[in-house]
Design a protein around this ligand. Structure first.
Ligand code: HEC
Ligand SMILES: [Cu+2]
Length: 459
């Protein structure tokens, strides 16, 4: 971050030199970046005229692996880019609407003091542009969103983002900054239905979302797209909630927030486990990552995290810190000659994946729930063909199946993107060697091979 700031300070200085024809204020063109990225901190001692260009675009994108949705966006991403200005800046906002759009769009920024937060002067038909300016008169982290009727629909389709108004002295320096926004999505089709899925007004009215997501897509912040940090570094998260309906009980499993700028304003709280983020509100969160590992970002209205997609990862790398966190003893590794009893790591990982993911549906005791989730305990279906289970975890399962003489016709989501080969191998090995199942080993190679076979078969 330090290196970055230096470069940015140089650029800003160059731009400040170029005082525009408008007079007093020097003009700066804001360089926007895609989420979860954030523009570099501002190192300016004076206000400027900051030119921000946003373009509304209606784009078809994946909402989850294999499910596509027609998003309405600012600059093609959900959320739109984070805008970063300084207190006292005059922001000149250029809102263009792509010629291919079907809808008119506008923008309401909560950082604006003026009718509609700018919406009153920015309604823009497809192929047109509106320009207005406002002075950033209060510091803080603010939402922006489209406010074109029907407002809830424009927001539900992804039209929101954040604008940060830095105080003159800037924010405390940190090693990393990230940008995360929660939103709720309403599709006519059930969670994880493959193919094109469509907006559902009835679910919107009932405030019963199909998906609750960070950054507009399930798994937008997991695996290779996870947020990262190193042991000993400080991380700042700019977290917003676009809604349209749900508030977020934002939490990171295994972390404590050192500092929360509550609701994005001046109130500073410390040592916070879960912070409430209103729909149409935000929070600035700072934490120091002290222990290596994978930490899950969740809405702690936890059904949303494990069954509607509100799950991200912060992966912290670096040396173990046994003085802060270590295992002293635990249950014996999986029993049975065929189990990887020697590999305590694999067994622990298998159990962890089961607890964090599978238990939500199949229940902690593996017994399932009548009429909804089949048992993994003593499952004749599983034991008949353990390798088939690799494909089930990778790609999900739907349609009628019979487990221990009971029929189920439900849907299991795919975990092929969220879980790595080892995770899947270990969780299945764990399940096969617990809950009175028959034992057996699934190896990471088996999972890799199953992924490869799928890739060859799909068009
Ligand atoms: C969101 C709920 C959900 C989660 C989470 C989930 N499953 Fe399932 N699973 C189901 C449903 C529902 C079915 C039955 C699908 C059907 O009816 O076609 C199923 C079926 C199965 C089956 C085959 C049936 C049986 O009972 O043997 C296996 C094996 C299985 N799941 C393993 C797992 C594993 C391992 C995990 C964790 C990585 C997991 N599931 C996570 C919902 C879930
Ligand atoms: Cu709109």
């Amino acid at each position: 971050m330090r290196k970055f700031s230096f470069v940015f300070a140089g650029l800003a200085a160059a731009a400040v030199g170029a005082v525009g024809a408008r007079g007093e204020l020097p003009s700066i063109e804001e360089a926007l970046v895609d989420p979860p990225g954030v523009p570099a901190p501002i190192h300016r001692s004076r206000p400027a005229r900051v030119i921000v260009r946003l373009k509304t675009e209606e784009v078809v994108r994946e909402i989850a692996d294999g499910s596509r949705y027609d998003f309405w966006t600012f600059n093609g991403s959900v959320p739109g880019p984070l805008i970063r200005v300084r207190l006292g800046d005059t922001v000149e906002l250029h809102l263009s609407n792509d010629a291919s759009s079907r809808m008119s769009h506008n923008i309401d920024l909560h950082a604006v003091m003026g009718p509609g937060g700018g919406a009153a002067v920015s309604l823009t038909p497809p192929g047109h542009e509106s320009v207005f300016s406002f002075k950033a008169m209060r510091p803080g982290l603010f939402i922006y969103h489209c406010a074109t009727p029907p407002v809830p629909m424009h927001i539900a389709n992804g039209m929101y983002g954040l604008i940060l108004v830095e105080p003159p002295q800037g924010l405390p320096e940190v090693d990393r900054e990230y940008y995360v926004m929660q939103g709720d999505f309403y599709t006519a089709e059930p969670y994880h239905t493959p193919g094109q899925v469509t907006f559902d007004i009835k679910k919107l009215l009932a405030e019963q979302p199909t998906y609750v997501l960070f950054n507009g897509r399930e798994d937008s912040l997991t695996g290779s797209r996870a947020l990262t940090s190193k042991v000993g570094e400080t991380v700042r998260l700019f977290v917003g909630d676009g809604g349209p309906n749900l508030v977020s009980s934002f939490h990171i499993i295994g972390q404590i927030f050192d500092t929360v700028r509550v609701e994005g304003g001046d109130l500073v709280n410390h040592n916070v486990q879960t912070t409430l983020i209103p729909a149409g509100g935000a929070a600035m969160i700072e934490l120091k990552t002290l222990v290596p590992g994978t930490f899950l970002l969740v809405d702690h209205s936890i059904t949303r995290a494990f069954m509607k997609g509100a799950l991200g990862q912060l992966i912290v790398s670096g040396p173990a810190a046994p003085e802060l966190y270590r295992k002293i003893s635990g249950e014996a590794p999986a029993s049975g000659a065929a189990s990887p009893a020697a590999d305590g790591d694999a067994s622990a990982r298998g159990k962890r994946v089961f607890t964090q993911i599978c238990a939500a549906c199949h229940q902690p005791d593996g017994m399932g729930l009548p009429g909804a989730f089949p048992p993994l305990a003593m499952s004749d279906f599983l034991n008949a063909d353990p390798r088939r289970a690799v494909g089930i975890v990778l790609h999900g399962l739907s349609g009628k199946i019979t487990v221990n003489s009971t029929g189920y016709e439900s849907q299991m989501p795919a975990f092929g993107r969220r879980l790595g080969d080892e995770d899947i191998a270990d969780v299945l090995t764990y399940v096969l060697n617990h809950f009175n199942n028959k034992g057996g080993v699934i190896r990471a190679e088996d999972v890799r091979a199953a992924r490869g076979a799928q890739a060859k078969n799909s068009p």
